[in-house]
Structures are given as C-alpha cells and as structure tokens.
Design a protein around this ligand. Structure first.
Ligand SMILES: NC(=O)c1ccc[n+]([C@@H]2O[C@H](COP(=O)([O-])OP(=O)(O)OC[C@H]3O[C@@H](n4cnc5c(N)ncnc54)[C@H](O)[C@@H]3O)[C@@H](O)[C@H]2O)c1
Ligand SMILES: [Zn+2]
Length: 306
C-alpha cells in the first residue's frame, strides 16, 4: 500500500475587456486577444434576439475576420432565454456545430448573448474536447455585470436550477456596452440587482454610489448604467481571481448572497420568475435575515422593520 499526494499548480488568466463595437471601432481588443491565444479557427454563435436587434452584426463579424489571421468557420444563430438551458437540446446542437466546424482545443468559440444563452453554450464549450476556448460577449446587464465575467456555466436538470455544469474560466470576456442598449427595458434595469448584491457584500462605497445615483439608474441613463455595470463586473472578477476560492470548494460563497431563495423561487415558478427579480426577492430576504441574526447575536430581543 502506498499513497502519493501531488500538487498540480495551475494558474488561469482571466481577461475582461470593456469596449464599444467589438468587431468594429473597438476591434483592436478582440484582435489582440485572438492573436494572444494563437488559435487558428473560430466559430461564432449569436443569440437570436441579439441578431434581430443588430442585423448588421453578422456582416461586421465577417469583415473583422477578413482582416485577421484566424479563420471564421461559421456564424450560427440560436435561441436564448431560460428555454435553452431547460434541458441539453441546445448543448447537443452546439456540440454538433463545434464538431462540424472542426474546432479543436486551441480554437475559439465566440458566444454573443444573454446569461442563459451563455450558460448553455458555455457548458457545451467546456465539455467539447474537454474544453474549447470560449470568448464570451455578454449582451444583457446581468450577463455583463455578473454572470458573463464569472467562471461557471450550467443547464437545469431534475427540476433544479444549474444542476449540470462546470467551472471553466473563459478565454476572455468582452463586455461590449453597445449591446446593453438594445435589451428590453425591463431586462436592462433588472440586471442591476447583481450590482446591488456585490456592492452589499464587497464595497460599501459602491453601494453608496448606487444610492446616490438611483434616479439616473432607474431612468437607465447610459453613462450611469455603463459605470455601474463596469464596477460590478470588476468586483465580481476581483473576488473570483483574488478571493481564494474561484471554484467554490469551500462553504462561503459571498457572491451567492440572496441566491438560495432566488434559485428556489425560479424553479418553483417554473422559471416564469426570471433570475434578476428572483435575486431581488432573495436579497431582501437575506438582508432581513442577516439583520435579525446580527441583532439576536448582539442580545437585542426585538426589532421593528418599517
Ligand atoms: N453562470 C453564472 O455564474 C450565472 C450567474 C448569474 C446568473 N446566471 C444565469 O443567467 C441567466 C439570466 O441571464 P439574463 O438576465 O442575461 O437573461 P436572459 O439570458 O434570459 O436574457 C433576457 C432576455 O433578453 C434577450 N436579450 C439578450 N440580450 C439582448 C440584447 N442585447 N438585445 C435584445 N434582447 C436581448 C434574451 O433573448 C432574453 O429574452 C439565468 O439563467 C441565471 O441563472 C448565471
Ligand atoms: Zn445571480
């Protein structure tokens, strides 16, 4: 009998870029990232709603690759929203596209869409060939200020949210602010809840900035929206890269504040309640709970909430 413990040192680079017009005026960032990786092929997947909102996008992408040494193997459009992560149907379709495009582990899958779309496509990318390079281009507030800069991907199973998934650091995340402004107004505003969450657990100054700018944010003023998205994304990325537990092996998951109730509510409502409003309810519950718990620990017996 013998036992051998080996340490496997692994480090990841988490590239997060903020730009406008990633295939056009801001193309230098994407060009540099693709060259840095040395891959030779790329496949682009666009969420249907994004392709519809930006009819010139496919042409722009083709123009970008005409001027770059990476070969574009195709552009595919697929649906988005919660339905794509309800089962593995779109993961299988993505695997098929990856195979048909002859992508290998050095190639790039560039995914342009909302959080649900990125979760499903990200899982396909993480598992095809045990991982092809994923360049995420999140297009919603929530995907840009939280989920897109994270290192997780998942689809639902057994009636439970995110049951099948992986931790997989994307090759790069390109937050193109241009996409934020074509979202439905409700989605654009609701996604700011993840900024409130990360401010509550990580940065008091940012929380006070949100309070001071709440009217501008509620009115979706582009400057305020973009500043808030960028700050939130960076706080998420800094926690993941510097918090000591990027793959969540420990029990403390501060970025999941409000999320236990949120995930339950989403599943209980058959996903009619979207993630962002569910997190808003979850945050309210966890804030009340933690306030009560803190008062109980401090010996105060009753507390009035108005
Ligand atoms: N992987 C993670 O770490 C993580 C973290 C947080 C949330 N999530 C997941 O993210 C999902 C929610 O993501 P979401 O809030 O982005 O919602 P979503 O992906 O459902 O998108 C919302 C709607 O906006 C549309 N859309 C997206 N971008 C658009 C654009 N630029 N213009 C026009 N329409 C656009 C979509 O088609 C969809 O109808 C949930 O499934 C949640 O569990 C994952
Ligand atoms: Zn969330």
């Amino acid at each position: 009998m013998s036992r051998h413990d080996f340490q496997i040192p692994v480090t990841f680079k988490h590239r997060v870029v903020f730009t406008r017009g990633a295939f056009g005026e801001g193309r230098a960032d994407l060009a540099a990232i693709l060259s840095e990786g040395g891959g030779r092929r790329a496949l682009v997947l666009i969420e249907e709603a994004v392709a519809a909102a930006w009819p010139e996008l496919a042409r722009e992408i083709e123009g970008f690759f005409e001027a770059h040494e990476v070969v574009l193997r195709g552009i595919q459009v697929m649906p988005g929203g919660e339905a794509v992560k309800a089962d593995d149907a779109w993961v299988r379709e993505t695997w098929r596209w990856i195979d048909e495009s002859h992508l290998d582990r050095h190639s790039y899958l560039i995914a342009i869409g909302g959080g649900a779309f990125l979760d499903a496509v990200g899982f396909a990318a993480a598992t095809a060939h045990r991982g092809v390079r994923l360049v995420r281009m999140p297009t919603t507030t929530l995907a840009q200020d939280d989920s897109g800069v994270g290192v997780k991907c998942a689809i639902n199973a057994f009636g439970k949210k995110n049951w099948i998934g992986a931790f997989a650091v994307p090759f790069a995340v390109i937050n193109d602010f241009r996409f934020l402004h074509s979202q439905p107004e409700e989605t654009r505003r609701a996604g700011l809840i993840e900024a409130v969450k990360v401010a509550l657990v990580k940065d008091r100054g940012f929380f006070e900035w949100i309070e001071a700018n709440v009217s501008r944010l509620a009115a979706l003023e582009p400057d305020a929206l973009e500043t808030c998205v960028e700050k939130s994304a960076l706080l998420h990325a800094m926690h993941i890269s510097g918090g000591g537990d990027p793959f969540e092996t420990g029990s403390s998951r501060p970025l999941d504040f409000g999320h236990w109730a949120a995930h339950k509510l989403e599943a209980l409502t058959g996903y009619r309640l979207a993630h962002a409003p569910a997190v808003a309810i979850g945050l309210a519950l966890d804030t009340l709970y933690s306030t009560r718990a803190a008062f109980q620990h401090s010996g105060i017996r009753s507390l009035e909430f108005t």
